[in-house]
Design a protein around this ligand. Structure first.
Ligand code: FAD
Length: 318
């Protein structure tokens, strides 16, 4: 079932969802299942599975030439989505990115997803890989998420890349997109960021999931700006309980976000990571309660590979 159908059926009740990372190469799917299992009691209608790009390494040959080799660190998102769907009888939302994909490869991934009965995709641009200074699209790929959304929307009309339009081949994907309460780091200003977000919705995105934030005012202001700009689709806040002291610097560095002084000071003063984690969980519970009271359709949690803190947050709420 589509994410938007789940939101409509909830009839005003706030839903609980979360995202997981594909396990590292060499790990067993059982590890992933064990991470998901404790969260199933909170009845998530859907689970997101992120996509992680390949990296490049250079191998030197005896003649001195350097050969560029692709290294894949995590197994594919499509297969993992199908495995989770079958194991837990839950809808899955694969993240689809522009980076590293030609349009043809994207089309093939979408054909596989459709065949597997997966009704949702979260369409993203993706970040630059470590060896790139800035994002570079595949020579035959998309530069922006809006164009990827356009491709999925075309497939929903039966428009494939190199074939005549045929309604009997039409897919029926529900397309989600990313939004940034604190602005995407490459956008010159909030206004430009919002125009690009509106463009993604106009091309076919049916709901927005936000980057994580720790200050609800950021979300409320973002939501207001979206509504004033004519963006009417559901907006799902993304949250993460802070779990270690080192995340005080890692989260702003990786996700270009601000941590409120009150939270940052408390975590800084915490004697150890166990104490920091308790502070992070309590903060996240309070954030979630306020967002529920505000009437958000769903609370979406970033697990970043670990589910125990999310289980604690969900247990206090659902
Ligand atoms: P876009 O919407 O394409 O925007 C990228 C930048 O370009 C923005 O600054 C935007 O304002 C600007 N822009 C857009 N259109 C134009 C235009 N026409 N002209 C000029 N500028 C333009 N990354 C992963 O690799 N894998 C994941 O699984 C993943 N999951 C995510 C889930 C969520 C909920 C979020 C919020 C992010 C996720 N990311 C993931 C990170 C995301 O890929 C990065 O933040 C990326 O830098 C931007 O992706 P986007 O889809 O928002 O890009």
């Amino acid at each position: 079932m589509k994410v938007t159908e789940h939101l409509t059926r909830a009839d005003g009740k706030t839903l609980f969802s979360f995202e997981v990372l594909p396990p590292k190469k060499g790990e067993n799917i059982q590890n992933l299942f064990s991470n998901i299992e404790p969260l199933m009691e909170f009845k998530p209608p859907f689970i997101d599975v992120t996509y992680h790009r390949e990296e490049y390494v250079y191998r030197q040959h005896p003649n001195g030439f350097l050969e560029k080799k692709t290294v894949r660190k995590r197994p594919g998102t499509v297969g993992i989505c199908a495995a989770i769907k079958n194991r837990f009888d839950v809808d899955t939302v694969p993240h689809l990115i522009c980076g590293g994909f030609s349009k043809e490869e994207t089309e093939n991934a979408l054909i596989d997803l459709h065949f597997l009965g997966i009704d949702n995709v979260l369409a993203l641009r993706g970040d630059p890989i470590k060896s790139e200074g800035h994002f570079k699209p595949d020579p035959d790929g998309h530069a922006y998420a809006a164009d990827l959304i356009g491709q999925v929307a075309n497939l929903n009309k039966g428009e494939y890349l190199d074939e005549e339009q045929d309604d009997t081949w039409a897919t029926n994907f529900c397309i989600g997109t990313a939004g940034y309460p604190e602005k995407h780091f490459e956008s010159p200003n909030y206004g430009a960021d919002l125009r690009y977000l509106k463009h993604k919705v106009d091309r076919g995105a049916e709901y927005i999931v936000t980057q994580m934030f720790f200050d609800n005012e950021q979300f409320f202001n973002f939501e207001k700006r979206c509504r004033n700009a004519g963006i009417t689709v559901p907006i799902i806040p993304g949250l993460k309980p802070l779990t270690t002291k080192s995340q005080l610097t890692m989260l702003p560095r990786s996700f270009y976000l601000n941590l409120p002084e009150e939270l940052a000071d408390a975590v800084q003063l915490a004697p150890d990571n166990a104490a920091a984690r308790e502070i992070g969980i309590e903060w996240c519970i309070n954030q979630s309660k306020e967002l529920m009271a505000h009437g958000v359709p769903c609370l979406h949690y970033y697990s970043m590979g670990k589910s125990e803190s999310i289980r604690r947050v969900a247990a206090a709420l659902f």
